[in-house]
Design a protein around this ligand. Structure first.
Ligand code: FAD
Length: 325
């Protein structure tokens, strides 16, 4: 989201941009996974998002399109301090439709994106920036570079820039083990999403098939683990982690149904450890910017806000000489 938001807005004012993405698709942590022989997709990362910033809504409507996102009216609960479940705070929550990655897929059509390009190293000289990608691919030069991977991954690219690396060491992300589970029968729970705060293992359970535009039929639940528990599981076998997370869900809600099929995704860098950030980072001497959710409060909307923050800074820099709408 941060990379697409940034590139689309720069492209709109006539700046030539290119996005280089290591994965096969544009979702990042808004990714969706295909299951059932590609007949169904499940949101393994971001479960929903807010639109508090009207510029974010305008951006989505203009570039992703009205039909790529919709409000999720599922009954969402939150665990109170006494362990009871209460209604989540009242606010609209949105999801991509028919899957979370529909948004980033639509956004990516506005700019050239090269997939399967894993940046390994960066070079900067009088010509500008070059990206050295896996497989010996050399990209550039570009006058300016914006990095949007999480801080640890951005840091790996910045060998040769020890001052920048030192600054990035101040930011850290926690992991999240995510399991999508299809049960042998409908669970008959009276909610479509629940956020726990006290459980040692389970943090979130959401009924993916209750989101707008999803394929009907069997129930698929997406389970997210507590970040510190996830940290303790990084080296454990996938089956062990999946079993523990599913068991935590079954035990917490006294479920009798067993799991018929499940898939795991380990998010190594899922959520920022702290929610406070400067919005973006910009190093004018070398025309290098960094943006992403980790610099602007986490979350999907934070990723957009971070791109906005960087763009506002660039707009105010006379040296660069361009204006953004
Ligand atoms: C399990 C989970 C649950 C979440 N739940 C919610 C939620 O309910 N609501 C919400 O608002 N947010 C949620 N989030 C957070 C939300 O997904 C993120 O805030 C948002 O997607 C971050 O966008 P971004 O552009 O900053 O970063 P990313 O989406 O991480 O984008 C960074 C991109 O950089 C690419 N990349 C990394 N390294 C390289 C490299 N070397 N070369 C090339 N490309 C590279 C990655 O593949 C990725 O596509 C959740 C995240 C996770 C993981």
């Amino acid at each position: 989201m941060a990379g697409l938001a940034c590139a689309i807005r720069l492209n709109a004012v006539g700046i030539r941009v290119g996005i280089y993405e290591k994965s096969r698709g544009p979702g990042g942590r808004m990714a969706s996974k295909r299951v059932d022989g590609d007949a169904r997709t499940l949101d393994m990362g971001a479960q929903y998002f807010t639109i508090r910033n009207t510029r974010f809504r305008r951006f989505l409507e203009s570039y992703a399109g009205f039909d790529t996102f919709a409000a999720w009216s599922g009954r969402l609960l939150h665990e109170a301090d006494d362990g009871g479940l209460e209604a989540f705070t009242v606010q609209q929550r949105f999801v991509g439709a028919p899957r979370m990655s529909a948004i980033t897929r639509a956004l990516s059509r506005h700019i050239p994106v090269e997939y399967g390009v894993q940046a390994e190293r960066l070079e900067h000289d009088e010509d500008g920036w070059r990206i050295l990608a896996q497989g010996g691919h050399r990209i550039g030069p570009y006058d300016a570079l914006v990095l949007t991977p999480p801080p640890a991954q951005s840091n790996c690219l910045l060998h040769g820039f020890p001052e920048l690396q030192k600054e990035l060491e101040g930011y850290s992300m926690l992991p999240c083990m995510a399991v999508a589970a299809c049960f042998s029968e409908p669970l008959d729970l009276d909610f479509q999403g629940v956020q726990l705060v006290q459980h040692p293992v389970l943090r979130w359970a959401g009924l993916d098939s209750s989101k707008p535009g999803r394929e009907e039929g069997v129930e698929w639940w997406v389970l997210h683990a507590d970040p510190y528990w996830s940290l303790s599981q990084l080296d454990k076998p996938e089956d062990e982690v999946s079993d523990a997370l599913v068991e935590a869900f079954r035990e917490r809600f006294s479920l009798k149904a067993v799991v018929a099929e499940r898939h795991i995704h380990r998010w190594r860098y899922a959520i920022p450890e702290t929610e406070v950030g400067p919005g973006h980072l910009w190093y004018p001497k070398v025309n290098l910017g960094l943006c992403g959710d980790w610099l602007s409060g986490g979350r999907v909307e934070g990723a957009f806000d971070s791109a906005e923050s960087l763009l506002a800074h660039l707009r105010s820099d006379d040296r660069l000489g361009f204006s953004l709408p």
